[in-house]
Design a protein. Structure first.
Length: 215
């Protein structure tokens, strides 16, 4: 298996795909293509039909969406989703909501692991997104975590989909309380998150459009 990803400091979707493959335990080759270079699009298009990352390649099959990658891997490793049917349905719901929503937060607080912008970017629209995310986390932890540290007890695709949000909240100093606060700390301490973050901190590329900008 090969996984095509972009610059680790900035590419939130690459992070999701990478975490999914890491969680599967399956061996893979990482192909990192730096973003926003003159040849970036050409290099990605040579491997990913959509021209976007991440893209998982296995035996000639290309899968170029992070949630699709996670679902493909879950066919082989079913424990990537909760085993209880009700919990699994809720996990898929919150993962899909993250996949398609929260545009204000995405646009105003781009992922930047090396950055430190406490209190910045908290527009009314972003605060509404934060409130909804906090509500999701508190609800999942209260009703489905069964004493575990993650949204559904054991680490799952639902956590993977929210991983970049946890890093954004660290970068922008978003303050949470209770179960949501504890959840972010658990995610930031996950070994795979620490491995990705360490690699991101070693990168030197600066992409101005991913640095903080006022709304």
């Amino acid at each position: 298996m090969q996984l095509v990803i972009g610059t680790k400091n900035y590419s939130s979707w690459s992070l999701r795909g990478w975490l999914a493959v890491k969680a599967s335990g399956l061996p893979f080759e990482e192909i990192l293509i730096p973003l926003c270079k003159p040849d970036t699009r050409e290099r990605i298009l040579a491997l990913s039909p959509s021209g976007k990352v991440p893209c998982l390649i296995e035996h000639g099959l290309e899968i170029w969406d992070s949630l699709a990658i996670a679902e493909y891997l879950a066919e082989v490793v079913p424990t990537l989703w909760p085993q209880d049917a009700a919990a699994r349905a809720r996990a898929r719901s919150v993962a899909a909501e993250m996949h398609s929503g929260f545009q204000a937060l995405r646009n105003t607080m781009p992922m930047n692991i090396r950055g430190h912008f406490p209190g910045q970017g908290q527009t009314p629209e972003v605060l509404a997104d934060i409130k909804r995310i906090e509500a999701i986390w508190n609800d999942c932890r209260a009703h489905y975590s069964s004493g575990g540290r993650y949204l559904f007890g054991h680490y799952s695709i639902a956590d993977i989909m929210f991983a970049p949000i946890c890093l954004r909240f660290e970068t922008y100093g978003v303050e949470l309380s209770g179960l949501a606060h504890d959840y972010v700390q658990s995610m930031l301490a996950h070994p795979d998150m620490l491995e990705w973050k360490a690699a991101a901190l070693l990168e030197n590329d600066i992409i101005p459009e991913y640095e903080f900008r006022s709304a």
